[in-house]
Write a protein that binds this ligand. Structure first.
Ligand code: FE
Length: 151
């Protein structure tokens, strides 16, 4: 690479292809299948639910951030994680601007579905039986999360 081209790339903040943001809400089913394991795909993209007491993240007690397994957006701080006894990783609050909700009337129940604000991946549900200070229980599939410990 020439010095002139290197300078130009530096001024532009790197090659455009490296800096191009992913259009998370525009990915096709095939692109999601290529990015996720079959189990992750079933949860995140098909509103699945993992079997309770199966997630290794139930026993994750280090400080850190639980991010979206689809797009990597940070979703929950370890500071809000608690043992709900349900068999799914549970939190009493999400990080700011991390998740969104919508009504879910499937399975003959009225529940509130929780999804990633950025990629719209299904995470779980939120219930009004959580601990203080919010009284909310974000009941989240471990397969929808990736944990990054604090440095
Ligand atoms: Fe996401």
């Amino acid at each position: 690479m020439t010095a002139r081209r290197s300078l130009l790339l530096a001024l532009l903040g790197g090659p455009a292809w490296a800096a191009a943001p992913v259009d998370w809400q525009g990915l096709t089913e095939a692109q999601w299948r290529a990015r996720l394991t079959p189990a992750q795909f079933q949860i995140l993209r098909e509103q699945g639910t993992e079997y309770p007491f199966t997630s290794p993240l139930l026993g994750e007690h280090r400080q850190g951030v639980f991010g979206c397994a689809g797009c990597g957006l940070g979703l929950f701080s370890s500071a809000t994680k608690y043992d709900s006894g349900t068999g799914w990783p549970s939190f009493y609050a999400p990080l700011p601007d991390a998740v969104a909700t919508r009504p879910d009337d499937s399975l003959g129940m009225t529940r509130t579905e929780v999804h990633c604000r950025r990629c719209l991946g299904h995470l779980g549900h939120v219930f009004p039986d959580g601990p203080p200070p919010t009284g909310l229980r974000y009941c989240i599939n471990g397969l929808a999360l990736v944990f990054t410990p604090s440095k």
